[in-house]
Design a protein around this ligand. Sequence first.
Ligand SMILES: Cc1ncc(COP(=O)(O)O)c(C=O)c1O
Length: 363
Amino acid sequence: MEERLLMVPGPTNLSKRVRDALAQPQVGHTDPDFVKDFSDTLQLARKVFRNNNGYQFVFTGTGTVGMEAAVAATAQPGDKVLVLNTGYFGQRMADINRCYGADVEELGSDFGFHADPDAVRKKLASGRFKALYVTHVDTGTTVCNPIAEIVREAKAAGVLAIVDGVCSVGGIELDFDRMGADLAFAGSQKALSAPPGAVLIAVSKDFLAQLEAKKDKIRTYYANLLRWKSVMDDPRTYFATPAVQLMQALHQALTEVKEEGLEKRWSRHRTNSKTIRDGIEGTKSKLVVEQGYRADTVTGVWTEAGAAPAIQKSLREHHGIDVARGLGDNNTKMLRVGHFGNLTEKQARFFVDSFDQALKSSR
Ligand SMILES: Cc1ncc(COP(=O)(O)O)c(C=O)c1O
């Protein structure tokens, strides 16, 4: 299959080293070389979260499994929880909480607007919430929430703070230790530039101790952090067979993140997102998200009504670039452009030129 420039909101293009890792001969998950690499993966995963003090999990499953693991560990039937619904994935977090029997309140934001920490503080003061769930970057709207401030409000109110970092970790600053969140999770396929299918979860020391003190309370089997803990403690332990090649690919991808340097990687994402946003605005197209809260990993842009499919098609057929459309009702009037992972400055500029041409040809 011909390789395209993947600018969908995940997955992203893989480096040659990562692709080579996928093509290695099959080994068993207790093979000493695999075990050694997996132990290293856990250490590298700590670094992308800045999780030096807490506990680190990595296992097979998409970002949604991370959402389930987070909810199963935090919400018991009847628990009152607050979900900041700033888009599609906030809504999913509320839905998963309802599946687990939680009494969910949602604090919504208008489409493309961020969750306001002052409103969060007031809401938290209005009831006895057990946990707060916030999406750092909601891939549906492309809004980037002020995560550190929101976590601060949750902790000040004595509420568990759970962060969905699927669309941010590795591309935008998220400092798990400093922020003081209880749990944050990421997916392999976005800013980390690994294939889809692995979830990375950071858990604070205090929250893990709380979980271990009430061992029987996680009402799920596969997404149960306490079951996975024995594998993280000793990767030779069996709980469920890991996707071995995927884990090897993730190991390479995280090694490349380390080689680039996390801060340099954030800075590259910042520069590329500015190039792309400026370029889009230069065509007089309107960005979806309010100024100041636009993500450095993905950008939403409004198109003329009904024009999104034609622009997407032109980008794909004439420029070799894949972008995504809006979700739900926005499917034909919004484009979502991913600019994370390994995207270079040159590719960001190439996108801008291509977008301009695709827009003109769609008119
Ligand atoms: C913010 C966010 N959370 C969760 C998910 C779910 O991840 P997955 O599709 O890997 O299950 C996504 C996927 O795009 C996402 O963007």
